[in-house]
Design a protein around this ligand. Structure first.
Ligand SMILES: NC(=O)C1=CN([C@@H]2O[C@H](COP(=O)(O)OP(=O)(O)OC[C@H]3O[C@@H](n4cnc5c(N)ncnc54)[C@H](OP(=O)(O)O)[C@@H]3O)[C@@H](O)[C@H]2O)C=CC1
Ligand SMILES: O=C(CO)COP(=O)(O)O
Length: 335
């Protein structure tokens, strides 16, 4: 019987997990794909109809039915690579019952763009400290890429970062395909934090739009956002990086401007006067920046970086400050 060279388990059942299953399937190198999600009804639907009923439902699923399951431990056991797509706020819950021994020797790729609440850790730090995952086995996937455009096979560029760039290149070889190009990086901290921050700036962008600012102001907001992002990642992990690369600036631009962005959509609703709860219910998808801005507020107590945009978003979402007034104050600070 043929034994595939690599076995990759996609963990999570939302839009990005579904897009990643498609990307991996459309790469034709020798590998076996497994897929875990918590929703038993969705698993049953995929077994029968080969489509995820709840997210990117047009995508045909090429993973064999026997490899799609709600049993996380069993899925992890069979794989050598785990590709994490569970929103950061629910990662601890998803990993209930999983031990460091279960993850021993696994190579773990995070496609999550968030911070684990309460721990206030990005995913690499969280897995390292709570599950003994060595950084040499940890990779990050990021860059400007919306799941909806993957479903349409629109050309996209994703950055794969790891301290071990040979490992990043190995994974890239199983991931790139005719519409996905991959870029290799060794900047895991900058890549993770850059993705976390751009979600918060996309919320700010949506709020500005919601309260009535136009394209002219939004351009100034985003110019300031990239400088704020650069200051923060330089404080956390000072290396020589070009902030104009697509994993940083590119992801900020797509999220701040795209019609597909969950974070921008959420911010727009807040700007228009929705409460956080009603905006979340209306969207039915996860805006990571909402959780992240609270965690970042805690993390930045240590670094004390000047972050007026994050501070304004925090004040609006967590201190019930008026979006219009906060944006008016922020506008006085921008240049
Ligand atoms: N969508 C995109 O284009 C991209 C997303 N990402 C990142 O991927 C990650 C996943 O986001 P995405 O796929 O978009 O999310 P979606 O909003 O599409 O899906 C949300 C996922 O979270 C699960 N979920 C919701 N509530 C809970 C809960 N209380 N406990 C456990 N799980 C829950 C849902 O499970 P269920 O369906 O069972 O409720 C579903 O699988 C995020 O970090 C995001 O930033 C990164 C790049 C692009
Ligand atoms: O990370 C993304 C695009 O690169 C997705 O952003 P949203 O979660 O705001 O849709």
């Amino acid at each position: 019987m043929h034994t595939p060279k690599h076995k990759i388990a996609v963990i999570g059942g939302g839009s990005w997990a579904t897009a990643n299953v498609k990307i991996l399937t459309d790469n034709t190198t020798d590998k076996e794909i497994f897929w875990w999600m918590r929703n038993a009804g969705a698993v049953e639907h995929i077994h029968k109809f080969r489509h995820n009923p709840n997210y990117l439902s047009s995508v045909e699923i090429g993973v064999p039915a026997k490899n799609v399951s709600t049993n996380l431990k069993a899925i992890i056991e069979q794989a050598d690579y785990l590709l994490l797509n569970v929103p950061a706020a629910f990662l601890k819950e998803a990993f209930t019952g999983i031990t460091p021994a279960d993850l021993a020797g696994k190579k773990i790729v995070s496609a999550i763009k968030g911070i684990v609440p309460d721990e206030n850790q990005i995913i690499g730090e969280f897995l390292n400290q709570h599950y003994n995952v060595p950084f040499s086995h940890f990779l990050v996937i990021s860059g400007p890429c919306h799941a909806e455009e993957v479903a349409l096979e629109k050309l996209s560029y994703l950055t794969i970062a790891s301290r071990d760039t040979a490992l990043a290149a190995e994974f890239a070889g199983m991931f790139n395909n005719r519409y996905i190009k991959t870029i290799i990086s060794d900047d895991i901290y900058g890549t993770e934090y850059g993705a976390v921050l751009k979600n918060i700036y996309a919320i700010a962008s949506g709020i500005c739009h919601g309260v009535g600012y136009g394209d002219n102001f939004q351009a100034v907001l985003i110019s300031n956002a990239i400088r704020e992002l650069e200051r923060f990642v330089a404080a956390v992990h000072p290396i020589n990086r070009d902030i104009k690369e697509s994993a940083y600036l590119g992801d900020l631009l797509v999220t701040a401007y795209s019609q597909f962005s969950r974070n921008r959509t959420f911010g727009n609703m807040i700007g228009k006067g929705y409460t956080v709860k009603s905006a979340q219910l209306e969207m039915n998808m996860i805006a990571e920046g909402y959780y992240a801005v609270n965690c970042l507020h805690q993390v930045n107590k240590q670094y004390k970086v000047h972050m007026p945009i994050c501070t304004a978003v925090y004040a609006i979402l967590y201190q019930k400050q008026s979006p219009a007034l906060e944006m008016k104050h922020l506008a006085e600070e921008l240049s």
